[in-house]
Structures are given as C-alpha cells and as structure tokens.
Design a protein around this ligand. Structure first.
Ligand SMILES: [Zn+2]
Length: 56
C-alpha cells in the first residue's frame, strides 16, 4: 500500500499551519487564496538533512 506523504504548510499571510498532502485552496484562517509555503522539514519531528535550524 502506498501512503500519501504528509506535508506541513504555512500561510504566508497569517502564519496558519496545517498538515496535508497538499496546500488548501483557501486558507481556513484568512478565508482567502493565500500563498502556502512548505515547512515540512522545519517542524521538530523532521530531523532530516533539509532541516533549517534558523527556524528551530
Ligand atoms: Zn492565512
């Protein structure tokens, strides 16, 4: 069975974060079509090579 990778997204406008395979079309917080950035490897659970300690 193939699992859908869970990504972490953050709204650039309000900072709202959520985990989903892909970013939502409309930000649940802003109620607008915000730009979402992938912060998957910035979360504490991620200890991979892509981790950015500046955000830790
Ligand atoms: Zn937002």
């Amino acid at each position: 069975m193939e699992q859908t990778p869970q990504m972490t997204w953050k709204c650039r406008e309000c900072g709202y974060t959520l985990s989903a395979p892909q970013p939502p079309e409309v930000c649940p917080s802003c109620q607008e079509r915000c730009e979402f950035i992938d912060i998957t490897c910035y979360t504490p659970e991620c200890s991979g090579p892509g981790r950015d300690d500046r955000l830790g």
